[in-house]
Design a protein. Structure first.
Lengths: 276, 290, 334
């Protein structure tokens, strides 16, 4: 577009965009700042913005008091495990729907999508009782299974839309070149689909990391991921603002960074391709 | 690519996903339906008995149901309104020539990646706290008595938190849609002498109709079951003021241990969600043809 | 060896019959072109031979062996796709070598064969580039390289030149023909461009709505079209068809005469008409003549003919070049 942009328009929109962007981002920024204050400073009115004694003691306290690393490890295992298993089931399914579609493929896809729309709370009772009877409450494997099933439709969908964009001709060319289906998948399809697969996995990692219904209801301590760990800060005990901020910062930092990398895929994944 | 061999293989590869989802959908739902017809309380084991639709009658006539239904609708409606009313101008702004746009984008999208428990607690304690919260300080600066949000306007506080989490989503989708708008179409309108306002009204807004529909449908699905934000801030209170249907079902099931009526409530939630899902699936399904 | 025989091949997608009873005998080493209007089933027939689709009925024999249940990789054919279908993540070398690698050939032999194929196709300088770094014509040659390196029994081409510009198309047309003759490998080539068909083919298969209308050498199709469809489809500009009294006189329902076989005659000789459009190309002149009850007639004259719109003309058909068709559209032969 060779349109001339007037300097004035540029300045106005830049200032406005930074102002509103900053406003939206502010709670996160404030949380990070607070995490480096002492509890007293965190509570003091008027608040100090930059000129306070920066300290990292809150981070140490949080680890000591509520074992951040255990919960972070749980989050990694649960989010990562459920995403990986979902991908292992979803890649073949998406392949078959994208490259060997039948009359029913569209119905199957839409049906899968509709399972995602079933509200979790509708099946809370039976799942809770099943977990209780099977001894799965507060276990990583139980949460992995639930989150995997919950996200499976999204993983299938996203992979399907990515696979759909790979020209069928290329896979057929591989077949003519004598590749078996397995080699066709490993040497041709997967290398070409790596960007799509990566962003699918990333987005689902984020969704699983932030999942806060099943994790809150089905885990309490030993398998509790970071969502639950943070919830334990909901009952105040004395001055705890700075520690809460430190814990929160640690809980969101890894996933926020990942999220920034795949913001575009977010749109595609969450709208099931309805907006591109 | 329709040779028989391929078809057979494809069916084999599709089966695990379909079977798992089928089980995942049918087993718990069937159990919910079954429980909903029983008198079943975990505190009172051995007293299970078939009661027909009694649980539904109990759940639907419970004053808490009406209150929570109303709260649910208020929460969903307000958050939708806020995210769209603010999302459209914000997306339009970000579609302008902005220095450092990618950084602004990152700032705007960030709240979406914050887990619900964190955003609820940060808002509750750092921003909305009546004594040390930032908003309290700001209001004293301009001479207003700080509001004790979670006691005096708990629903408003929840709405603020949830809207903050979902505004990025709406903005990002609308922005993506704007960027796919045909630039030549806008230029043609400009050549035709259309003003910026009429370009917006007659070209941009119709172009946004579909993404706005998608935003509404998807947000609704998630907003109907807002849980963690309530769980860690108000616990549904004071009274029933912030109890939505999801939280009501949770409290009946895991606080009062009334499995029967919680199951009935769960089915009510499923029915409500299905009505919305029906429309969403149609919008998305149309896209599959392409 | 690469003799391909189709016996009663039939293909339907659901209710739709796309290929209806195709019978063909493609000789070893020959260059056979499938032509026909869009949607007539050319690609489908080629994919049936390749094994990318199952036949609904009938047999496909390669060197006498029925291959309908043999997967594509085992049929010993190679295919050049319209979109080229190069592997985007592999270099030119990787693309050409892929089939050999799948066949498990030793490294040294693969290298030797790839180098030879690249030399034949002038691709040696580009071996380490990715497909997206090549021009259209170069990509086309990589696709061909990938096909020849495996030394298949036959090449299958699906409109391989349709994405190239006109000049390059002419050049590649000759290159493909030369290569095919040099390798003496059977080729089945799909196109809807009749110039390609006429210039490249040893024999042409004219397809229409899933049916083989005629199978013969280019000149056979031109001189003795089997029916109205072939007569109208082969040749440009299209053959003129006339029915009514002039046809009745010759004992036919319809007679056909190609534009180049209509002569501008003396007044009173042949069919009268009025020139409605005259196109002067220098080398040729095309006249579109309103022949009244005879309909619109196209005339092709060599060189410049000084006639313009509105002029009265008399047209005389070359009697030796008249084609006669019965009421079912089939050619009447003496
Ligand atoms: N997988 C399929 N399912 C259903 N119908 C199909 C399928 N593939 C092709 N067809 C139909 O079969 C007919 C023949 O298609 P084909 O691709 O063979 O035509 P073609 O002669 O190659 O045309 P073109 O010159 O346009 O490439 C078309 O009407 C097409 O719609
Ligand atoms: Mg075709």
């Amino acid at each position: 577009m060779a349109r001339r942009v007037t300097a004035r328009r540029m300045v106005v929109s830049t200032v406005a965009a930074w102002f509103f962007g900053g406003l939206i981002f502010f709670p996160i920024l404030w949380m990070v700042l607070t995490s480096f204050k002492t509890e007293l400073e965190a509570f003091t009115v008027p608040p100090s913005f930059l000129f306070f004694d920066w300290t990292t003691e809150n981070y140490a306290t949080v680890q000591e008091r509520s074992d951040y690393f255990l919960h972070a490890l749980n989050s990694i295992v649960i989010a990562g495990g459920s995403t990986l298993i979902a991908a292992l089931i979803a890649v073949p399914a998406a392949w078959s729907m994208a490259f060997a579609p039948t009359k029913r493929t569209k119905d199957i896809l839409l049906w899968m999508l509709s399972t995602k729309m079933m509200p979790a709370v509708g099946v809370l009772v039976p799942i809770y009782l099943l977990f209780k009877n099977l001894g799965l409450l507060d276990t990583r494997s139980g949460l992995i299974a639930i989150l995997c099933l919950g996200n499976l439709p999204i993983v299938v969908w996203m992979l399907f839309t990515y696979f759909k964009e790979i020209p069928r001709d290329i896979l057929e060319a591989a077949r003519m070149d004598g590749a078996t289906i397995r080699r066709e998948l490993t040497y041709v399809l997967l290398p070409m689909a790596i960007p799509g697969i990566a962003s699918t996995l990333l987005l689902n990692l984020i969704l699983a990391w932030n999942e806060a219904f099943w994790t809150l209801n089905l885990s309490t301590s030993k398998a509790a991921p970071l969502t639950v760990f943070i919830a334990s800060y909901s009952s105040p005990e004395g001055l705890f603002w700075a520690k809460l901020s430190a814990a929160s910062t640690m809980a969101i930092a890894p996933i926020l960074v990942l999220g920034w990398f795949c913001q575009r895929q977010l749109v595609r994944g969450l709208t099931f391709g309805a907006v591109k | 690519m329709a040779t028989q061999q391929t078809q057979v293989l494809a069916r084999g590869l599709l089966t695990p996903a379909v079977a798992l989802l089928l089980v995942w959908m049918i087993v718990p739902l069937a159990m919910t339906i079954y429980f909903s017809l029983l008198h079943y309380n975990l505190l009172d084991p051995g007293s299970e008995a078939f009661v027909g639709l009694e649980n539904f009658r109990y759940f639907l006539t419970d004053p808490a149901f009406l209150a929570s239904l109303q709260n649910t609708l208020v929460l969903v409606g307000s958050v939708l309104a806020i995210t769209i009313v603010l999302g459209v101008p914000l997306a339009l702004l970000l579609d302008q020539p902005v220095l450092g746009r990618s950084i602004v984008r990152l700032m705007v999208i960030a709240p979406f990646f914050v887990m619900p428990t964190v955003s609820a607690l940060v808002w509750k304690n750092l921003l909305l706290h009546p004594v040390s919260g930032l908003l309290a300080w700001l209001s004293t600066l301009v001479g207003i008595t700080p509001i004790d949000w979670f006691n005096d306007a708990p629903m408003t506080a929840i709405i603020m938190i949830v809207a903050w989490q979902w505004l990025p989503f709406a903005t990002l989708i609308l922005l993506t849609a704007l960027q796919s708008q045909d630039e030549e179409q806008k230029e043609a309108a400009e050549m035709d002498g259309a003003s910026a306002l009429s370009t917006f009204l007659y070209l941009t807004l119709p172009h946004l109709a579909r993404p706005i529909t998608v935003v509404i449908l998807i947000e609704t699905i998630f907003l109907l079951t807002v849980f963690a934000e309530i769980f860690v801030t108000t616990g549904g209170g004071p009274g029933l003021q912030t109890t939505n249907i999801a939280f009501l079902i949770y409290s009946q099931a895991l606080i009062q241990y009334d499995v029967g009526s919680a199951s009935a409530g769960g089915l009510v939630a499923v029915v409500i969600a299905n009505i919305i899902a029906f429309f969403l699936v149609r919008v998305v399904g149309r896209n599959l043809e392409a | 060896m690469g003799q391909i025989t189709l016996q009663g091949v039939h293909k339907s997608f659901g209710q739709l019959d796309i290929i209806k009873d195709a019978n063909l005998d493609i000789e070893d080493g020959s260059f056979v072109v499938f032509v026909g209007p869009s949607g007539c089933g050319k690609t489908t027939l080629l994919r049936l031979i390749a094994g990318l689709e199952d036949v609904t009925g009938g047999r496909i024999l390669i060197d006498g062996q029925n291959v309908v249940n043999v997967p594509p990789a085992k049929r010993g054919l190679s295919m050049v796709f319209q979109s080229y279908a190069l592997y985007p993540h592999m270099s030119v070398r990787g693309n050409i070598a892929f089939g050999l690698k799948m066949a498990g050939l030793p490294r040294a032999e693969i290298d030797r064969k790839v180098a030879a194929a690249a030399a034949t196709l002038n691709l040696t300088p580009y071996l380490d580039r990715k497909p997206r770094e090549l021009s259209g014509g170069q990509r086309q040659r990589v696709a061909i390289g990938r096909a020849i390196v495996r030394e298949p029994k036959a090449f299958l081409f699906d409109e391989p030149l349709s994405n190239l510009d006109a000049a390059l198309r002419v050049q590649m047309r000759m290159e493909v023909t030369r290569l095919q003759k040099q390798l003496a490998t059977t080729a089945v080539y799909v196109t809807h461009d009749q110039v390609e068909a006429m210039t490249m083919a040893d024999r042409i298969v004219v397809l229409n709505a899933g049916r083989v209308e005629q199978y013969g050498s280019p000149l056979e199709l031109y001189e003795q079209p089997a029916n109205l469809f072939v007569a109208g489809f082969i040749g440009s500009p299209k053959m003129n068809f006339v029915s009514g009294p002039p046809a009745d006189q010759l004992g036919a329902a319809t007679i056909g005469i190609r534009p180049e076989h209509l002569r501008i005659a003396q007044e009173g000789e042949g069919w009268p008409g009025t020139v409605s459009v005259a196109e002067h190309l220098g080398s040729d002149t095309f006249l579109y003549v309103d022949g009244g009850a005879l309909g619109l007639l196209t005339v092709r004259g060599i060189g410049e003919i000084h006639l313009k719109s509105g002029d009265r003309v008399w047209l005389s058909p070359d009697p030796a070049r008249l084609h006669r068709f019965d009421k079912d559209g089939m050619a009447i032969r003496h």
